[in-house]
Design a protein around this ligand. Structure first.
Ligand code: MG
Ligand code: MG
Length: 246
């Protein structure tokens, strides 16, 4: 759906709060910190900015961010997991301002990380930007997924299929979905005022996943690393405008 200029302004504000959650949690990442502590840092930003959390109580989710270390792909519940030197940690943050949603994620290394982990993070972020570049008026939505998939697979990695990006606005997850791969049929034509969350999840090994007994944490079946990047972006007359940046 297309948003008015006034709606887009509210989404810009929500995006700024999410960007601040990214900055604050990134600054807190170090060996010895728990994922619950990262959640507290993010919750402080939401409170300070007078925003609301779109993650908390979402289908019963108990926190304001998702924290997914190493072979966890997405949706990890913050808790007593202690970050260790060499880990990678995916942090997904969201906020609501004046009824409008922002949603964005990043993966960071904890201290010194392996060459492979660093390459996975670099490629996943680059695949997201390749997808974002496709968000211009008159293009077709499936080009996002095609661009993401090309970057990830050229590097020898694989793109998760079961979890995808989405339109966003007055709800966090709106239609249509934004797959990170060629979906088999063309997507809708992009128009000014449409807003999407582009969020590739890229695995070192196979695409297969499973969900933990807590009903949330999504893991790689083969135990290999996974990374996740996400921004909230509007299609504008000047091309893509990323809302979830500082
Ligand atoms: Mg997200
Ligand atoms: Mg999302």
């Amino acid at each position: 759906m297309r948003r008015t200029a006034e709606e887009l302004n509210k989404m810009r504000k929500a995006g700024k709060v999410v960007a601040e959650m990214h900055e604050a949690t990134r600054a807190a990442i170090r060996p010895g910190v728990t994922t619950m502590q990262l959640n507290e840092v993010a919750a402080e930003v939401i409170a300070k900015r007078g925003a609301r959390s779109n993650f908390l109580n979402y289908h019963g989710f108990p926190a304001v961010i998702c924290t997914s270390p190493n072979d966890m792909i997405v949706h990890g519940i913050p808790g007593d997991y202690v970050l260790r030197e060499g880990d990678i940690i995916s942090v997904d943050c969201g906020a609501i301002v004046e009824g409008y949603h922002g949603d964005a994620a990043y993966t960071a290394g904890v201290g010194e990380i392996s060459h492979l982990a660093a390459r996975l993070i670099e490629v996943t972020e680059r695949s997201m930007w390749a997808g974002i570049e496709q968000l211009y008026k008159g293009n077709r939505l499936h080009e996002v997924g095609r661009a993401v998939q090309n970057v990830a697979e050229a590097a020898g990695f694989s793109v998760v299929r079961e979890y995808v990006g989405h339109a966003i606005g007055t709800a966090m997850h709106e239609s249509p979905q934004v797959p990170n791969y060629w979906p088999g049929s063309p997507g809708p034509t992009l128009k000014e005022g449409m807003v999407f969350a582009v969020e590739p999840m890229v695995n070192v090994g196979s695409v297969d996943t499973f969900v933990l007994d807590d009903g949330w944490g999504v893991m790689t079946q083969d135990g290999q690393l996974s990374a996740h990047f996400e921004h909230t972006i509007a299609v504008t007359s000047n091309g893509p405008e990323v809302f979830t940046v500082a």
